[in-house]
Design a binder for this molecule. Structure first.
Ligand SMILES: Cc1ncc(COP(=O)(O)O)c(C=O)c1O
Length: 382
């Protein structure tokens, strides 16, 4: 993608004061103004419930299901609503049977919502929970592929490591999983929306994405992709709207064994959420309009520039560009993060975060060159 295809700053779409350098999308995105307005209108409807017809329990959910599906090249039928990644991974773990001697592969220092469900499944099944150590050369893909053998039952990984953006080449991992019959469960929370993802190329079994980071959406409304081969599985809860004919409110007590089609049986209860669903819709529409490949290219140009300048001017390193996700930078301080750095960042209203030994710099389209100047003013000692 050439420079001409990069997106200009979209700061005017967000409510961010000029003197705030918010470089922390990996923590939580700000809501776009349009999404905030949609949420305020949605919340207001609950003050007048006679304005909410029963068809609204379905219509907007279906639209949002379709929007998210298009972002990952899936079908609307493949998507369920989840309140958290932990919930989506619990749905996956509920449906996977393992034997003693099989392994569940994860990465060292992986986010806990994609760790605890697997420790629990290992305990219940007698399978072995494995944490692949951080490779010295930042090549997570090679380190993981080396462990995907005939014993592998589950591979539960992200697209990029949440501490520093370390990239996992998921197409290669997907192919290896299919070769040995392992179930691939992906946490796309720190990537989907900012890094292209195609279920047809990766072929995951399950993919969970929290909505409040790179999807620019609300807290507690996320998405679960369920591959068609798992869509006749057993959900962890039994809610009324997931059953066939739930559109017929008068007939709800004609209890049904059958579910709504596709992945809808895995929807969290009360997923129709009249306040938050419009927020998710507005945010997804914004991202799809940019669209994701241009977001990815623009953020990569931004983080590449920060990485180069940090190395050349300050001697601060990071993973090689080819081994990290383009939107995500972890700055590595060889002698640890200086004790006075948090105070310097705070004094300049620069927002980043520390995870493990890395300082995460995760910009988005609201950022300007001035934000980067504020970051470097803080990194340079006075
Ligand atoms: C990689 C990753 N997954 C998931 C989450 C959130 O998990 P949950 O939705 O279970 O609260 C985070 C939050 O920081 C994260 O970084």
């Amino acid at each position: 993608m050439s420079g001409a295809d990069l997106l200009p700053s979209q700061r005017s779409l967000f409510d961010i004061p000029d003197d705030v350098a918010y470089l922390n999308c990996a923590y939580m995105s700000p809501l776009p103004k349009a999404s905030l307005a949609a949420g305020e209108a949605g919340l207001r409807r609950k003050a007048q419930p006679w304005t909410i017809p029963s068809t609204d329990f379905f219509a907007m959910s279906e639209t949002v299901r379709g929007l998210f599906a298009s972002m990952i090249h899936a079908a609307a039928d493949d998507i369920a609503f989840i309140p958290a990644v932990s919930y989506g991974m619990a749905q996956a773990a509920r449906n996977i049977s393992l034997r003693p001697g099989q392994t569940i592969l994860t990465l060292a220092e992986q986010f806990p919502s994609n760790v605890y469900p697997w420790m629990d499944l290992a305990e219940r099944s007698g399978a072995t929970f494995v944490s692949v150590p951080r490779p010295a050369d930042d090549d997570w893909t090679a380190a993981l592929l080396a462990r995907i053998d005939a014993a592998a039952g589950v591979v539960a990984v992200p697209h990029c490591h949440w501490t520093d953006g370390g990239l996992i080449e998921l197409e290669a991992v997907g192919a290896a999983c299919r070769r040995v019959g392992a179930v691939l469960c992906i946490d796309g929370t720190q990537s989907v929306g900012a890094l292209p993802f195609d279920v047809k190329r990766v072929d995951p079994d399950f993919l969970c994405v929290a909505g409040y980071k790179w999807l620019l959406g609300p807290y507690s409304l996320g998405f679960l992709y369920v591959a068609p081969r798992w869509q006749d599985g057993r959900p962890i809860e039994q809610n009324w709207i997931a059953r066939r004919d739930s559109e017929d409110f008068a007939g709800l007590v004609n209890y049904k064994r059958e579910y709504q089609p596709g992945a809808r049986r895995f929807d969290v209860g009360e997923r129709s959420n009249f306040a938050l669903m419009p927020v998710a819709k507005a945010s997804l529409e914004l991202i799809l309009g940019w669209p994701v490949p241009r977001v990815a290219a623009t953020l990569k140009a931004r983080t590449d520039a920060v990485a180069t300048r940090a190395r050349d001017e300050l001697g601060i390193g990071s993973a090689p560009a080819a081994r990290r996700a383009g939107h995500y930078l972890g700055l590595r301080f060889s002698r640890g993060i200086p004790a006075d750095l948090p105070a310097r960042l705070a004094a300049n209203s620069v927002f980043v975060s520390v995870r493990g030994r890395a300082m995460r710099v995760t910009p988005h389209l609201w950022n300007s060159d001035a934000d980067v100047e504020r970051l470097f003013a803080s990194l340079q000692r006075p």
